[in-house]
Write a protein that binds this ligand. Structure first.
Ligand code: CP
Length: 306
């Protein structure tokens, strides 16, 4: 039975820590890993747009000496002729050793995993989960802060539809002494099921606010997110909410000197480009980390030790 990564809780805390250690070793000694996946093939099946996730998966496999195949939009596959996700994945499982799949429907990678024998990685399913972004975020926090415990993190923006937030809250709820500050408009609050599963059921304290500036001084990490236009049912609501938070250099005046600003990207308006020059802006370093943690994940799911 293949080992999949469909939800971040499929990995134990010990396994996540091991992946981070391997990713950091890859960063230090890339040549050691350059042939680790020779003759292995990764398929990227993207039924929804992507820049970072798809290309970092492909770059990761190429960096391991493997090769890649796949499609970047559903219309260029037989999905356009009515083929089911199950049949598509069954087919690709005949050609590739491991599959990374993104789909707009929540749960699609879980369903797909029933139809093939090779490892399936959820590369984002609708407004639900994005576990490999979470691994990227955890590696970034580890590299920026030197630890994955004992800090205050603010999640800001679209916490309702932001799948990266759901997965990261779930992951961090398993580490010690994390203080969660949830910053969003009323309509875009963290879903009740995420709060129940990750926070309330474990007695983890959290606070909710609509006001970013009032809480910025207490944060060690600020995780900004885009308002997810593609998940809204009507454009009027999106237009009303899209610029709820715009992080500017002025708004960072009272932030800690060692604040780390993360964003899964893409950004639209929620972080002014002027913030990029601030050394606390960690989101471009986060983009780079995405390749190395995916290299570590591919090795793990293929059972390859270097
Ligand atoms: N962070 C992320 O998932 O980016 P892409 O949509 O570009 O893959």
């Amino acid at each position: 039975m293949a080992r999949n990564l469909l939800d971040i809780v499929d990995l134990s805390v010990e396994e996540i820590d091991q992946l981070i250690a391997v990713a950091e070793d890859i960063i230090e000694h890339p040549a050691k890993y350059q042939d680790a996946c020779a003759h292995k093939q990764l398929a990227t099946l993207f039924f929804e747009p992507s820049t970072r996730t798809r290309l970092s998966f492909e770059s990761a496999m190429l960096g391991l000496g493997g090769s890649v195949l796949g499609f970047s939009e559903a219309n260029s596959s037989s999905t356009a002729k009515g083929e089911t996700v199950g049949d598509t994945v069954h087919t690709v499982g005949c050609y590739a050793d491991i599959i990374a799949m993104r789909h707009p429907k929540e749960g699609a990678p879980f369903a797909a995993a029933q139809f093939c024998d090779v490892p399936i990685i959820n590369a984002g399913d609708g407004g639900h989960n994005h576990p490999t972004q979470t691994l990227t975020d955890l590696l970034t926090i580890h590299r920026e802060k030197g630890r994955l415990d004992n800090f205050t993190i603010g999640f800001c923006g679209d916490l309702k539809f932001g799948r990266t937030v759901h997965s990261l809250v779930n992951a961090l709820s398993r580490y010690e002494n994390i203080n969660f500050v949830l910053i969003s408009p009323e309509e875009l609050k963290l879903p009740r099921y995420v709060k129940e599963e990750a926070l309330k059921s474990k007695g983890i304290p959290y606070s909710q606010t609509t006001d970013l500036e009032s809480v910025i001084p207490q944060l060690d990490i600020l995780y900004m997110t885009r308002v997810q236009k593609e998940r809204f049912f009507n454009e009027e609501d999106y237009l009303r909410l899209k610029d709820s938070y715009i992080l500017t250099p002025e708004k960072l005046v009272n932030a800690k000197a060692d604040l780390s600003i993360l964003h899964p990207l893409p950004r639209v308006n929620e972080i002014a480009v002027a913030v990029d020059k601030d050394p606390r802006a960690a989101y471009w370093r986060q983009v780079k980390n995405g390749k190395f943690i995916r290299m570590a994940l591919i090795l793990k799911l293929l059972g390859i030790e270097v």
